[in-house]
Design a protein around this ligand. Sequence first.
Ligand code: HEC
Ligand code: HEC
Length: 502
Amino acid sequence: MRIILRVSNKINIVSLAIALVLASPAAAEMTAEERATILAPTTDFSAAELHENLPGGLATNTRRFDREAFSQPSQNMSFEGRGDFFIGNGFFKRLWVTAPSSTTSADGLGPLYNARACQRCHLKDGRGHPPANNDDNAVSMFLRVSIPPATDEQRQAIADHLINIVPEPTYGGQLQDIAIPGHAAEGRMVIEYTDEELTFADGEPVTLRKPTYRFADPGYGPLREDVLFSPRIASPMIGLGLLEAIAEEDILAAADPDDVDGDGISGVPKYIWSRAQERVMLARFGWKLGNPTIEDQSSDAMAGDIGISNPLFPAHGGDCTANQPTCLEAPAGIGGPGGDLEASAEVMDKIFFYSRHLAVPARRQVDDPLVLRGKELFYQASCTSCHTPKHATRNDEDVDPALRGQLIWPYTDLLLHDMGEGLADGRPEGTASGSEWRTAPLWGIGMTEKVNGHTFFLHDGRARNLTEAILWHGGEAMKARETFRTMDKPDREALIAFLKSL
Ligand code: HEC
Ligand code: HEC
């Protein structure tokens, strides 16, 4: 792996300081102006930028570009850290079993669940996919459910960022399509696709598939008439610790909720209560920014997706509700090493650590002329107004040493954008509306096919390739989408080549 070390001027030296010297005095001495210069979008597309090949800074995986490309630890991690990472990997893959069981350390599954292990959805630490057909189990994808808030109290709790949703009274916040023996599953997700024809400006036709979602065979009686669904694919797990380490003020500096600068792009921060920190925090995770920290998101998944109690979600029945009494009465997997919990604080800490340290793969072909041309088009089409190329991570003691003070290239602003009716799920989550989504990070996206064996993109995997993913952009991104749709074929191919190099 070639690391470009061009140190011909002051900016490059400073850039080296943040990208290559962690908590160095040089980085601390950097002026705000110097920092802004490094983070500003480039205007020179004749060659790759300094360190552009290392999207995760020194934590980047520069060694594996095969099916294991998303499963590597931060490359700059200590020896001890590697040990914890591999233990965490074991828990991430652990197949939980029904309680009571002789393996007391791994029982307590469900009663209702979507999958038996984190890794079953975050396949190869990458993304999930829609089921191949409606007889296939959904596994790496599920439907979130809720009902509209009905009382002033509920509306106030949402406005105060204390809750994201009001659960469906029987089915809870998520439909679990599997249950342990002796219990009914909640039902089955059914997807129907209809074709939508579109043409590029040069006349070439393209077909998009528009999904509709339904829940069949409800196991606990009818769902409320006003139930809201949101389909979600398991998101890739790479670079999450680096996203968590971006300073809050840097994210907020890019927000423009009322579009004061009049560019048609707003960018809204979302806040939500953190069980881990016991305060309202800026949200960073989930397709609609449902969670503020890796701890919150992972603990929520342990309870909601697998049905395993843990320090932040101590109820043994996961997403069982009061209207599912047999579910609440099922034996819990307690009394083993986890004490009163099915997953102990020690187990969860290792899972958090693992989730924080899955490395982003290095770029391929950063210097290829076609990729550089595609990069130029990505900037010209204003894709960068949401998919922000560069950030710097915080440089303080609270950040893990391997993730601290890095120049990173995630291609996201971690803000919400209105993406129009086409992509809308019509199900608000906290203060995010039915048509708002977090700008998806694009780092590593070009490795999806290699790692996961498919190219299904967007929150519900409806796009079958990168071209379709761009063509689904609407709302605030309509102008960018139209710029893409009206490009000639060689330019479209260059833009796609750039995305594939990420
Ligand atoms: C049934 C499938 C499933 C299982 C099992 C699962 N996840 Fe997820 N995961 C998802 C989905 C779907 C999302 C997106 C959630 C959303 O948009 O609200 C997600 C998102 C995440 C994210 C946030 C990623 C991002 O970029 O925002 C983290 C972290 C995460 N999961 C960790 C875990 C951990 C740790 C486990 C095991 C304890 C786990 N997940 C188990 C489906 C799953
Ligand atoms: C207004 C903000 C905005 C602009 C402008 C924008 N995007 Fe996006 N992009 C998003 C959001 C939000 C998502 C997630 C949407 C979803 O999952 O439903 C997304 C998703 C994507 C994805 C799929 C990512 C994944 O993980 O599935 C790709 C690829 C992508 N954008 C490329 C582009 C390109 C190329 C351009 C410029 C032509 C562009 N975007 C312009 C906001 C934007």
